[in-house]
Every structure is written in C-alpha cells, then in structure tokens.
Design a protein around this ligand. Structure first.
Ligand SMILES: [Cu+2]
Length: 128
C-alpha cells in the first residue's frame, strides 16, 4: 500500500481518538442500551471519513457524512466485526482483523448500526 494511505489512516485514527477524548467517551461498560440514544442527547456526530474499530468499539461512535459519501471502517481490533445497520439499510459484511470495508451512504437520515458478532457494539451514522 502507498504510505499516503497508512498516513491517512493514522490521521483518521488520531482524529477519532482526539474526538473521543473531547467527547469524553472513555467511559466503558454497560453501554449497550445507551448507545442508541447518544445521538439525540449527548454525543455530537463527528465528521470523519473513517470509523476505527478497536477494543470492541466504534470510534467515533457517532459519525456524520455527506449524502453519497463513502465511510471507511477500519478494523484495528483482534476480532472480526461488522457494521450492520439496525434497519438493514447497509451492511459492511465481515471486516476481518486488520481489514477495511467501505460503505456508501446514498440516503439522508440517521442510521444506527451494530456488529453482527457482538450485538453490544453500537454506532450511529448521520447522513446529510
Ligand atoms: Cu464485533
């Protein structure tokens, strides 16, 4: 891979971490029931080109993209994951360890998603 790609991925990961720190989403555990509510309450969606999956979490947990944009899911975890819309409107398919999948969002709206393998993993994509 060209090094620009990995640099971009690192930058995205750093941004995600920074956004996470700013948003104070370091609290962990028992978040399965609260994740879906975060967009309407606390967590402001972060504009990003990629969601990093690590430690069984999506970061940023709430992401905003433009209609027609592609969002990348980078699996930096040591388990395979998916990004699967709760309403079935999109599905990344299995994202192997270290792999990347892209999802294109062609319809505006707010889409909650989860991991098929780990139903306690939740995220939200705001498409606008
Ligand atoms: Cu998973």
């Amino acid at each position: 891979m060209p090094r620009t790609s990995s640099a971009a991925m690192s930058a995205a990961a750093a941004l995600a971490l920074a956004a996470c720190a700013l948003a104070g989403c370091g609290s962990s555990g028992g978040s399965s029931s609260t994740a879906a509510a975060t967009t309407s309450t606390g967590v402001a969606p972060t504009t990003a080109e990629a969601v990093t999956i690590a430690s069984f979490k999506y970061r940023p947990v709430a992401v905003s993209v433009r209609v027609g944009a592609r969002l990348r899911f980078d699996n930096r975890d040591d388990a395979a994951h998916t990004a699967t819309a709760d309403d079935g409107s999109f599905d990344s398919g299995t994202i192997a360890v270290g792999a990347t999948r892209q999802v294109t969002f062609s319809r505006a709206g707010t889409f909650a998603y989860h991991c098929d393998f780990h139903p306690f993993m939740h995220g939200t994509v705001l498409v606008r």
